[in-house]
Ligand binder design. Structure first.
Ligand code: AMP
Ligand code: MG
Length: 431
């Protein structure tokens, strides 16, 4: 058993033991937020055919070579077509076919003119300028070329990717199955939030935060509830978790107090301890064990410590279980927009919020940092990483951190530039 190891060593010791869970097919809507279990190759061009970008007329560019405002060219309209239909006629010199946005380009035509630019007179249109070939034509494969790998195995499925998959005619998406994570809380003082509060008791908050985080990243939590601070009961609950889940996570009972039973309970369940304690604050008394290739991770019961260690250690494991290629939290650099006056003999993770001010990424603390304080996890999207042996961290100092949770929550982009007055139409160019 290793003792008091570095976070990176803990992460790699555990990640190396993860074997991704099985694969399955899910519907497009269910696939958002899941991880692709195979590369997706475009089976077709997108768009599949060349089509019109506007409502107008399809014609042959060379027919307009002589056209100008005083001597318009006249073309005969031989058909009208629209999106979803193929024109029956072929455009030959001197003729045109009226098209709508999305119409396949009629045979024979090689360019398009906007409806607003022509003058229609019965079966004829007048064109007042020379049109280049391929104007306003959206070419087949302009978005995606047939045969191209559009998304790689291991990537997160985002809403735009869902649209892209749908555009390729994929209705069942190959994804990794959801990782099943069993959660239990040890503590004689704990009550479920559905119970009436009793003297000396507190509600089990830590576990619910962790289970919600598990859901947030697409995992499937199994709630094993509260266990008293007894070795036999804890061992039995761990064994149940191992039967039902891919990883067992517990909170509480990992320190050296008289009722800290987690280590003995893990051993009692037949698990081998991998390490105990990670050199970080909050949450250093974390214990990891393995039984039959399944990990059991015991976190501190303190709510903020439990969440910080979950974000730094469990989140990557769950993501890797579900096939994610780069499961570690993304790193970020920024300017510390606060003062933290305590020294950090031990490596410390400070709960902060990333905000962009005057083009600079600023990291501002979200509140008090003690390991039992949950309030400062609210709004926290970055854990600022203060190296061991640091003195106070002061306003303006460059710091680095790790992105946790949903970054869009509270990340304020600078306001976009707004026009003082409405721009004139000629100043706007559309492409
Ligand atoms: P422990 O990790 O068991 O030593 O607990 C550390 C502190 O966190 C104690 O004050 C506990 O009462 C508290 N605590 C333990 N588990 C939980 C929990 N699931 N929810 C909220 N607080 C907890
Ligand atoms: Mg306890």
């Amino acid at each position: 058993m290793k003792n008091n190891i570095q976070l990176e060593e803990a992460q790699s010791l555990l990640l190396n033991r993860i074997i991704p869970v099985g694969k399955c097919l899910v519907s497009l809507l269910e696939s958002s937020g899941r991880v692709l279990s195979q590369d997706i190759k475009a089976s077709t061009n997108i768009p599949p055919f060349s089509k019109s970008a506007l409502d107008g007329y399809a014609l042959i560019a060379s027919d307009t070579r002589q056209a100008d405002s005083s001597a318009p060219v006249q073309l005969r309209v031989i058909e009208e077509t629209r999106a979803g239909f193929i024109a029956q006629e072929k455009v030959v010199s001197g003729t045109t076919i009226k098209v709508m946005t999305g119409s396949p380009i009629p045979n024979g035509a090689n360019t398009l003119i906007k409806h607003e630019e022509v003058v229609r007179n019965g079966d004829y249109v007048s064109i007042f300028r020379t049109i280049k070939a391929q104007d306003n034509v959206i070419k087949a494969g302009e978005d995606i070329e047939q045969g191209k790998v559009v998304a790689q195995k291991g990537s997160l499925i985002t809403p735009p990717l869902v649209a892209l998959l749908a555009g390729l005619g994929i209705s069942q998406v190959p994804v990794y199955a959801k990782a099943k994570i069993a959660f239990m809380s040890t503590g004689d003082e704990l009550l479920d939030p559905s119970e009436t509060l009793q003297p000396g008791k507190i509600y089990n908050s830590s576990l619910y935060g962790l289970m919600a985080r598990c859901c947030e990243m697409g995992g499937h939590p199994l709630d094993l509830g509260i266990v008293p601070d007894e070795i036999a009961a804890t061992t039995a609950r761990i064994s149940r978790g191992l039967e039902e889940a891919d990883i067992v996570v517990s909170t509480g009972g990992v320190s050296v107090g008289d009722y800290d039973v987690m280590k003995d309970a893990m051993v009692g369940a037949g698990a081998e301890i991998i390490f105990w304690k990670v050199a970080m604050k909050p949450g250093s008394p974390i214990i990891a064990a393995v039984k039959d290739k399944k990990l059991i991770i015991g976190l501190s019961g303190n709510p903020a410590a439990a969440m910080v260690t979950f974000d730094m250690i469990l989140t990557p494991l769950i993501k890797r279980l579900m096939g994610k290629n780069n499961p570690l939290p993304d790193k970020i650099q920024g300017v510390f927009a606060d003062n933290f006056l305590k020294a950090s003999p031990q490596r410390r993770f400070l709960r902060a919020k990333l905000e962009r001010k005057d083009g600079v990424d600023c990291l501002k603390l979200t509140g008090a940092q003690a390991s039992g304080i949950l309030m400062s996890m609210i709004g926290c999207n970055v854990l600022v990483d203060i190296p061991a042996g640091s003195g106070p961290v002061i306003f303006g100092q460059r710091v680095s951190g790790h992105i946790v949770g949903n970054i869009s929550d509270g990340y304020h982009q600078e306001p976009v530039e707004v026009y003082e007055e409405e721009p004139k139409r000629e100043e706007l160019s559309f492409s």
